[in-house]
Design a protein around this ligand. Structure first.
Ligand SMILES: Nc1ncnc2c1ncn2[C@@H]1O[C@H](COP(=O)(O)OP(=O)(O)O)[C@@H](O)[C@H]1O
Ligand SMILES: [Mg+2]
Length: 315
């Protein structure tokens, strides 16, 4: 990746986007996966049986409906996924699996559940977002829009110079992105590691928050659980609930993110508050050259990186 500087690999923005809500339309009508599930042809049925019998999907197969399996099938047909690996995480709304893409490229496949998702909470984020007007209370439409929004947000964040997993494809309720780390050496959440240089880590997180904000975005669920680290590089993940700065409760969401992040880093011994962070994030970016210099200067102070503290894996 270009433009790495110092620890935690702060990246350079690719282009300066105009902040705003210029999003692609979120099309939540039935897609090819729904049609494949309805058609139930021989090839799909074989795929479905194979998937349902693999070790890593056994537990979850029950919650994967035919249309979800058809979405996975379509991603295989389209050449995005070559093989499925084991589970990485089972969250409230989604399960994350490892997979292989072409050239043995390692992937993370995030499969959102349609029926068991937490709708009340999703609605809080969706209310006030013009892209969701007219979607109403239909669970499937909400989840589909959510997944598309996560994909679009990852792209937008990446363009704004925030280190996020590279988004690869989205199909119905399934999002495919680059795996951070490796199957046998997984990335750790900030919450799971001993941060030996919290100051630098804080500076990088705060810069990413500011870049997101100037790209018109607020993460909306930022904490040490949605920041992952691998080989000294810090990634922001889990952007499904990200909202735009025009959301009626944008400031409350930003405030909460700031408090979560500041509280984590003050537990690491830094003298920081949510208010300071909020102020930094919303303050217009200084001249790029001055900024680059200060980040470089700051990151040369601290040595060391992070060490993993647990080897027990995800919950
Ligand atoms: N691209 C990725 N690379 C590596 N690990 C990932 C990736 N995406 C998610 N994970 C792992 O899966 C967990 C859950 O993913 P996340 O997007 O945060 O979903 P949830 O909504 O369940 O919190 C993360 O904490 C992280 O450990
Ligand atoms: Mg998460």
């Amino acid at each position: 990746m270009s433009g790495e500087r110092g620890e935690f690999g702060l990246t350079d923005p690719e282009e300066s986007d105009v902040p705003g809500d210029e999003w692609e339309e979120l099309d939540v009508s039935d897609d090819e996966a729904d049609r494949i599930a309805r058609r139930q042809d021989h090839a799909f049925n074989q795929f479905r049986e194979r998937i349902k019998n693999t070790e890593q999907f056994k537990v979850e197969a029950a919650v994967f409906d035919d249309a979800t399996l058809a979405a996975l099938y379509k991603l295989v047909q389209d050449g995005h996924i070559a093989a499925f690996g084991g589970p990485v995480s089972t969250g409230k709304e989604a399960n994350v699996y490892e997979a292989l893409g072409d050239d043995d490229h390692e992937l993370a496949v995030k499969v959102y559940r349609i029926n068991t998702s937490n709708f009340r909470q999703m609605r809080d984020y969706l209310e006030g977002d013009p892209r969701f007007e007219g979607i109403g209370g239909d669970k499937k439409a909400v989840v589909l829009a959510w997944v598309r929004k996560e994909f679009a947000t990852l792209r937008r964040a990446k363009r704004a110079g925030v280190r996020v997993p590279e988004p690869i494809a989205v199909q119905r309720n399934v999002l495919v992105m680059d795996l951070v780390g490796h199957a046998d050496d997984r990335a750790r959440r900030l919450a799971e590691v001993t941060v030996e240089n919290p100051e630098t880590a804080y500076e990088v997180v705060r810069e990413y928050m500011r870049r997101l904000y100037s790209a018109g975005l607020i993460h909306g669920d930022l904490s040490e659980y949605n920041l992952i680290i691998h080989e000294g590089e810090l990634f922001v993940i889990d952007l499904g609930q990200a909202i735009t700065v025009h959301h009626p409760n944008a400031d409350d969401f930003l405030d909460r993110d700031c408090r979560n992040v500041a509280s984590f880093f003050s537990r690491q011994g830094l003298d920081v508050t949510g208010d300071d962070l909020h102020e930094y994030v919303t303050r217009p970016e200084p001249e790029p050259s001055a900024d680059a210099e200060s980040v470089e200067a700051e990151s040369t102070h601290s040595a060391g990186s992070t060490t993993g503290t647990d080897a027990t894996g995800e919950e």
